[in-house]
Design a protein around this ligand. Structure first.
Ligand SMILES: *Cc1c(COP(=O)(O)O)cnc(C)c1O
Length: 367
């Protein structure tokens, strides 16, 4: 059985008639940017997250950058970021003229290790950007304590964690401000690039609204230098439909994760995802760890089971950051993780037979 890592087609098929109706409604409205669909999505997503404000923007990368800029981060500042993340977290900082300062992950959760953050704080530090990687919430309580102690802003990179929670509280409403991506493969995905900022802070929200629209509140009046970064009406309308499915689809992901957990427990040297007692993840990815990662991946590929690696090369080791000159071994834990992690197929429409085929193939590899 061929098992793709993730197919987005079944999601569209499940929503086909609603999406067609929404697309027609937007087309007929004649309003394609900054119209009623975006306003409605912003209201609905803010309510879902439990934030006062939501501002729809052009991408997750822009959302992180706008959130940081709105909280006062700029040239010469330092921002604490995880060493183990998608490069967008770092790029958003760099594009503001600030410097990303990496902090290593916890070896079990793969999220930023709060016990290592204080050592990275210096006089230029302004913010911490925890990432809820793979849909697993970062330890926001410890991070919040450190931020308060040092007067730092916390900007959550929630691009992989739509609906994840810590106890009763959803991520995205736990820091000062949060950034979201609606890239098509995310748990809440549009049919194009898209993103959002959520916050309870009226001033930060207003700044993001102005920055996303050429630095303008009133047409042709530009008090600040803004971007053109807006979530369009068609995608806002589609995201409203998908938001209504999000919890159901996250629950399906959780069932896949539970089946992997039961089927793969105790299998060879395979380390399965660790979920702290307080965390309610949304399983954006199901990531296992093994010393024999590349051989396992080849074995699964031979069985037509597609896997991915998140991420094969850390930001600090990319050409884009060749000039950072970090001390040798500064991101050793991230490098070790990146040599050993493998993402198994997961998604709300992955059929049971696909999950079972993947489990059988992994078990056969270890037999
Ligand atoms: C996807 C992602 C981003 C960037 O989002 P885009 O919409 O692709 O710009 C940022 N951070 C993390 C952790 C992501 O997974």
């Amino acid at each position: 059985m061929r098992v793709p890592f993730l197919s987005l087609i079944p999601a569209f098929r499940e929503l086909r008639s609603e999406v067609h109706e929404a697309v027609a409604r937007v087309m007929e409205s004649g309003l394609y940017l900054l119209g009623p669909e975006l306003a409605a999505f912003e209201r609905e997503f803010a309510e879902f997250i439990g934030s006062r404000h939501c501002i729809g923007v052009g991408s997750g990368l822009d959302a992180i950058g706008l959130a940081l800029r709105a909280t006062g981060v700029g040239p010469g500042h330092e921002v604490i970021v995880p060493s183990h993340t998608f490069i967008a977290t770092w790029l958003a900082v760099s594009h503001l003229g600030a410097t990303p300062v990496p902090v290593e992950p916890d070896d079990r959760t793969f999220n930023i290790d709060p016990t290592r953050i204080e050592a990275a704080i210096g006089p230029k530090t302004r913010a911490i950007v925890p990432v809820h990687l793979y849909g697993q919430p970062a330890d926001m309580e410890s991070i919040g304590d450190i931020a308060r102690k040092h007067g730092l802003v916390v900007v959550e990179d929630a691009a992989q964690a739509h609906g994840a929670a810590i106890g009763p509280r959803r991520v995205g409403g736990l820091g000062h401000v949060a950034a979201w991506s609606f890239y098509p493969s995310k748990n809440l995905g549009a049919l194009a690039d898209g993103g959002a900022v959520t916050t309870d802070d009226d001033t930060v929200a207003e700044a993001c609204r102005v920055f996303r629209n050429y630095g303008s509140e009133t047409k042709y009046v530009h008090p600040v230098r803004g971007l053109n970064s807006r979530l369009d009406e068609l995608n806002a309308a589609i995201l409203r439909i998908k938001l209504r499915r999000l919890e159901q689809w996250n629950a399906r992901r959780a069932r896949v994760a539970a089946r992997y957990g039961a089927g793969l427990a105790g299998c060879g040297d395979l380390v399965l995802p660790h979920v702290p007692g307080w965390a309610r993840p949304v399983w954006h990815l199901y990531v296992v760890r093994t010393q024999r990662r590349d051989a396992l991946r080849r074995h699964l590929q031979a069985d037509e089971i597609e896997t991915l690696i998140h991420y094969p090369v850390a930001p600090h080791a990319q050409g884009a950051y060749a000039d950072l000159r970090l001390p040798e071994g500064a991101c050793r834990i991230a490098e070790s993780i990146q040599g050993q992690v493998l993402s198994l197929p997961i998604g709300p429409h992955l059929p049971d037979e696909g999950v079972e085929a993947c489990i059988s193939s992994v078990l056969a590899f270890h037999a």
